[in-house]
Write a protein that binds this ligand. Structure first.
Ligand SMILES: [Zn+2]
Ligand SMILES: [Zn+2]
Length: 348
């Protein structure tokens, strides 16, 4: 069967290759016929082989942690799913038994494996996944949306779970990728006035998409975001949702947030960042980190997508699997928001 594999530890080296079919499902395993696998920042980082990935990227590895498909077969202990069911997979394979998992923080599991990074991922025609990591895909959601729901669940975990956004809050969202655009929609639903910030690199595709979703979008390389906030709202931001992982955006967030405001860190910087901590302490700025998503976050995300509260269809760019390398290049060049590989030609 076909799979998208990072083959050797160097830049690029991602190809569609033939790999062996998984064995029949045992125990609580589900054999999923993958329809869609979305590309995430971490897949692009694996492609680029950035230094911070060298220590934990398993090579060779089947890439992808955002997958959806139909159940092809189930192991004898599976109770929640049957062949033909539409499912999507969580990205982090938590153990469920370490002290952190037992406290309910499965996103922070001490023993977790990450699909497509530390264990083979979902960019292949069939994948064996334990039933506890799968979610039923609601009717009306396409496989592409269901795959990308993994990324959206990260926004749901952060915006709905880690901070409180109140009606009337001024919210800045830095980074108009799918996590930022989903976070922006969630903040707007909480009643915040939302402005999305991006850079020149986002001007071609991502900023126009943000504006088409009726968001104010400011290019912070062309316009001063604080001046913009003061002119538009008469104050700095109550909350900054940092979704870019860019170190300059992180430092700008400290300038752009008001005294007593909150910075939610959803983007992961590729290297250590120097922060004006004394200034933050004197201003009582709350710095809240957010990582991954729980079982409940996935369920909430699928519900919000299915009932139309969140819209990601305009962000998705489908590619047939044979064009996987082009999808990676386009993702890196930011000529699309979210590339999605379609393993089944007629998949929605
Ligand atoms: Zn654990
Ligand atoms: Zn992802």
């Amino acid at each position: 069967m076909k799979a998208v594999v990072k083959q050797v530890p160097e830049h690029g080296a991602v190809h569609v290759v033939s790999v062996s079919q998984p064995s029949p499902p045992a125990g609580d395993e589900v054999l999923v016929r993958i329809h869609s696998a979305a590309l995430c920042g971490s897949d692009l980082h694996a492609f680029e082989y950035i230094p911070s990935y060298h220590s934990f990227l398993k090579i060779p590895v089947v890439l992808g942690h955002e997958g959806s498909g139909t159940v092809a077969a189930v192991g004898p202990e599976v109770t929640a799913f049957a062949p033909g069911d539409r499912v999507m997979s969580e990205a982090h394979l938590y153990c469920g038994t370490c002290p952190i998992c037992r406290r309910g923080n499965t996103t922070l599991c001490e023993n977790k494996l990450v699909l497509g990074i530390t264990t083979d991922g979902v960019m292949r025609e069939y994948a064996l996944i334990r039933e506890k990591y799968l979610h039923a895909v609601p009717d009306g959601l396409s496989f592409a949306e269901a795959a990308a729901a993994q990324a959206v669940s990260v926004s749901v975990h952060g915006v709905l779970g880690r901070v409180t956004i109140k009606p009337g809050d001024v919210a800045l969202v830095s980074g108009p990728g799918i996590i930022g655009l989903a976070a922006a929609q969630l903040a707007r639903q909480c009643g915040a006035a939302v402005t999305i910030t991006g850079t020149d690199a986002d001007e071609a595709i991502r900023m126009p998409v943000a504006r088409a979703m009726d968001f104010d979008a400011v290019n912070c390389e062309r316009e001063n975001v604080i001046d913009y906030c003061m002119a538009r709202y008469g104050r700095k931001a109550d909350i900054v949702l940092e979704c870019s992982g860019s170190s300059s955006a992180l430092v700008s967030a400290v300038d752009a947030v008001r005294q007593g405001g909150t910075i939610l860190l959803l983007g992961v910087p590729q290297r250590d960042v120097t922060f004006p901590l004394a200034r933050m302490i004197r201003a009582e700025v709350n710095l809240i980190s957010s990582y991954g998503s729980s079982w409940e976050d996935y369920e909430k995300t699928l519900a919000l997508l299915a009932n139309g509260s969140l819209s990601i269809m305009p962000l998705l760019a489908p590619y047939p699997v044979k064009d996987a390398e082009k999808a990676f290049h386009d993702g890196i060049e930011k000529t699309v928001v979210k590339p999605v590989l379609q393993f089944v030609p007629d998949a929605g």
